[in-house]
Design a protein around this ligand. Structure first.
Ligand code: CMP
Length: 139
């Protein structure tokens, strides 16, 4: 069983899409084994996205991610990292497949509703960034 980190971003929470995102992942047989709602400081968002710190969109991305409430979850399932990425669709919603979360709801490459870890290494960093072991259900 694999684990991944999912974030419903400030645009998703602000537009009332929490239930829609959770419905889609539950329908796809991904188990939520940890969940919390929070608002990141700019520093926390910069730490989370540290791998992107040289990118031109870093300041804008971290401002946006610290601009409002997010829902962070740990998902568990077989191949859940790639299955959740498929459910989200491409980062750029214009390239995302029909029926994916980003194709259906994103409005911008930055305001793309959801985040998901892209590898086991980043999943383990990202899960540890938000959750300690007591906060994750051990099934
Ligand atoms: P996410 O999966 O959270 O990972 C990095 C984020 O940077 C990405 O989703 C987008 O929201 C954001 N981003 C903004 N501009 C770009 C860009 N030009 N290319 C890739 N990601 C971008």
């Amino acid at each position: 069983m694999e684990k991944t980190l999912s974030i419903i971003k400030p645009d998703g929470v602000g537009r009332g899409l929490i239930g829609e995102v959770i419905k889609r992942l539950e329908n796809s047989d991904m188990k939520i084994i940890a969940m919390k709602m929070l608002k990141m400081s700019r520093k926390q968002a910069q730490g989370f996205y540290a791998v992107h710190k040289e990118r031109p969109f870093f300041d804008s991305l971290t401002d946006f991610m610290s601009s409002g409430t997010v829902v962070v979850m740990v998902l568990e399932g077989e191949n859940v990292i790639s299955r959740y990425r498929d459910l989200m669709g491409a980062t750029n919603y214009k390239e995302a497949e029909e029926g994916t979360i980003r194709r259906d709801f994103a409005t911008d490459i930055e305001r793309n509703v959801v985040h998901g870890s892209d590898s086991q290494k980043s999943a383990s960093f990202e899960i540890g960034y938000f959750f300690n072991s007591f906060e994750i259900i051990n099934r």
